[in-house]
Design a protein around this ligand. Structure first.
Ligand code: IPD
Ligand code: CA
Ligand code: CA
Ligand code: CA
Length: 266
């Protein structure tokens, strides 16, 4: 597997930030934690990791724009390129000592995602993709799952935070999907959830209310692994709407159909 110079920069940044997260993961009781919104926490581990990623990426390509969860957006002078970064995706897991979290880095060129890296430092799993070059888990080429029917499938999802007022809608979706599938999982890191679809661990995934940094890298992983990703309406406004429905061509379509069934009247 040959990686471009740019992908190597992204991988090095993710690994360096991952090392910092790994050290803080062993000392979570000493972190300073604040609350950004309902169920949305941030700690000095998130901020440190973002600074590491930002410094590495901006050093390599100073003219590119930078959108990260924990800092002000930088508009690049270059106009065509933008990094999209979640330095710690799965902060709640991290703060609870659950080893399901990741550094997620994507590169956008003229509004298209052209490279993506998702790295879980707790398991040393590094997911990478470049447009047209396939998706990989460490050195292994990835392919989405082959199951064609929901009744055989394990589907991942995200649960909207309490207080955002959309639980009613989510519970309807969940009820519809649960009635059709072999199993449902909620692992708590959207970037890894999408990477799991790319790796065929999940047959499909859906979540709404996400941000671009949660999903930009994962979308490319899935497409490069032969999968399909759309927004909630079946369109391509995924980063803009923060809604994502993913799987192979059969499961993605079936999931869209099932999850969008109308709310039952009783
Ligand atoms: C969160 C995770 C989670 C998703 C939340 C995100 P964070 O990201 O991706 O799986 O359900 O909506 O906010 O805050 O841990 O980076
Ligand atoms: Ca957050
Ligand atoms: Ca996130
Ligand atoms: Ca985050």
């Amino acid at each position: 597997m040959a990686r471009s110079a740019l992908l190597n920069v992204m991988v090095q940044a993710a690994i360096k930030a991952g090392k910092s997260l790994g050290r803080d993961f062993g000392e979570v009781q000493n972190l300073q934690v604040s609350v950004k919104g309902p169920g949305d926490f941030v700690s000095n581990a998130d901020r440190k990791a973002e600074k590491i990623v930002k410094d590495e990426l901006m050093k390599a390509r100073p003219t590119y724009g930078f959108l990260g969860e924990e800092s002000e957006e930088i508009k690049g002078t270059d106009g065509a390129h933008r990094w999209i970064v979640d330095p710690l995706d799965g902060t709640t897991n991290f703060l609870h000592g659950i080893p399901q979290f990741a550094v997620s880095i994507a590169l956008e060129r003229n509004n298209e995602i052209v490279a993506g890296v998702v790295f879980n430092p707790a398991t040393d799993e590094l997911y990478t993709a470049e447009r047209g070059g396939g998706a990989f888990l460490n050195d292994r080429r990835l392919r989405v799952g082959a199951r064609r029917v929901l009744s055989d499938s394990v589907i991942g999802c995200g649960v909207p935070h309490l207080g955002r007022g959309n639980h009613g809608k989510f519970l309807v979706e969940l009820r519809h999907v649960m009635g059709e599938v072999a199993g449902i999982r909620r692992l708590g890191s959207a970037s890894l959830d999408l990477a799991y679809v790319a790796a065929g661990r999940f047959d499909g995934f859906w979540e709404t209310g996400l941000s671009a940094w949660d999903i930009a890298a994962g979308i490319l992983l899935i497409r490069e692994a032969g999968g399909y990703v759309s927004d909630w309406d079946g369109g391509s406004s995924i980063l803009e709407t923060g809604s994502v429905v993913a799987g192979n061509e059969y499961i993605q379509k079936a999931l869209l159909d099932v999850a969008k069934r109308p709310v039952p009247s009783r």
